[in-house]
Design a protein around this ligand. Structure first.
Ligand SMILES: Nc1ncnc2c1ncn2[C@@H]1O[C@H](COP(=O)(O)OP(=O)(O)OP(=O)(O)O)[C@@H](O)[C@H]1O
Length: 233
């Protein structure tokens, strides 16, 4: 098992401005598993992602990552906003070299080999983020996260702002990485089509709660909860 979330709760604000945005969330991601989290805007998906990456403090409950070694090497997160994630004054080369600073051997050759996996090429290496298209930026951002071959990749709305063709490319890449490296993926999205295609198991969130979990059977998710049924209709 890669990731175990138990009884997770989170609130923002104090006193009368207090708002509970996650209520007793429980979830699991197994080794090499493709798991989706879907929910409408405001259901708490991004808050959950931030807690998983320890960017914010947990109020109640626990998050367990079972892995040996460095936490950040075994788990990577990719956020939607690739422009914000990349340093605007660094070239693509510099952005990609940075996570590899501890690597021995020929980093440049490794990067060139991996560029191909996200349909980018060496000609992109000397560019700044501002000289890339949105899709290219997102792919550089994704590549940065997978260079260290994480055991678990958490994706927060990473394809939602991209056109269908690039979405497809990225989803195919994720499936390939899952197959080749056994990388588990927690894919957070409001795009049910993509989740349906990519994931084997899905959690449905409504207003800070996981209201249903479904396992794909014969290529389809079956839902019992009216909220999920409405969402996946
Ligand atoms: N820092 C914060 N302070 C106060 N409230 C917040 C904060 N961050 C998020 N919220 C609130 O928590 C709730 C959940 O937000 P969150 O961003 O996690 O939802 P989401 O499911 O990711 O939505 P979206 O798909 O629109 O990004 C929302 O009602 C939001 O207004």
């Amino acid at each position: 098992m890669m990731l175990k979330v138990e009884h997770l709760s989170k609130q923002y604000g104090r006193g009368r401005r207090k708002r509970k945005v996650l209520h007793d969330v429980n979830l699991l991601v197994g080794d090499g598993e493709l798991v989706g989290i879907v929910g409408e805007s405001g259901s708490g998906k991004s808050t959950l992602a931030r807690l998983l990456m320890r960017l914010e403090k947990v109020d109640e409950g626990t998050i367990t990552l079972s892995s040996t070694g460095d936490f950040y090497a075994s788990c990577q997160i990719v956020f939607q906003n690739a422009s914000a994630a990349l340093n605007p004054s660094w070239t693509v080369r510099e952005s990609l070299m940075e996570p590899l600073r501890l690597m021995n051997g020929n980093r440049e050759a490794y990067i060139c080999e991996m560029l191909d996996k996200v349909s980018l090429s060496e000609k992109h290496l000397n560019r700044l983020p501002s000289e890339l298209s949105g899709g290219e930026r997102q792919r550089v951002n994704l590549l940065r996260s997978i260079l260290v071959k994480p055991k678990l990749l958490i994706c927060d709305e990473i394809v939602s702002s991209l056109d269908r063709l690039i979405q497809k490319e990225i989803v195919e890449l994720l499936l390939q990485l899952n197959k080749e490296m056994g990388m588990a993926i927690l894919f957070i999205s409001h795009d049910l089509k993509v989740v349906n295609y990519l994931c084997d198991r899905v959690y449905v969130m409504e207003a800070g709660r996981v209201v249903e979990e479904s396992v794909k059977q014969d290529g389809e998710f079956v839902f019992l909860h009216p909220y999920s049924q409405r969402m996946f209709e």
